[in-house]
Write a protein that binds this ligand. Sequence first.
Ligand SMILES: [Zn+2]
Length: 167
Amino acid sequence: MPPDGSEELRPIASLLARIGGVLILLGGLLTLLFTAVNYYPAYRFGPVGHSFWGGLIAGFIAILVGFVIFALGERLKPGHSDVVLWSVVIMALGAISLAADGWFTGIGFIFALIAGILGILWAVIQTSGTPPPVPTMLYARACLACGALNSGSASFCQSCGKPLPRP
Ligand SMILES: [Zn+2]
């Protein structure tokens, strides 16, 4: 595990994707419910508008998308490959769910977006991150004169006192 803490990104991204999936799923259920009773709250937004069929389709899409995002949250966990691919898919699906207007899908989309960004950020860190500097203290260096092992920070042999080669 690299010491930069980037491994923490994937469990967090996975959790955010799962929360986002649940919220979008709930948003879809609410959209269906509101559509069924012809109730169009003032806070609703998005491209669906206030039509029966629009609400019905958007609700079903959001339920499906929410379920898939929740399931894909597993893919963001450490140990799974293609993190960037699944991150992009999660963000794209989250954007689709915005068709089901409402606070739940809106907030769920934000969760899915952040989850995807964290997943991609993790991949970027893995590919571009420079290898961590290895502390020279850990290396025991052998004296060229007497062969005694010295700690990496020593300038002179701790056994015979001769200058040590720089690491
Ligand atoms: Zn020595």
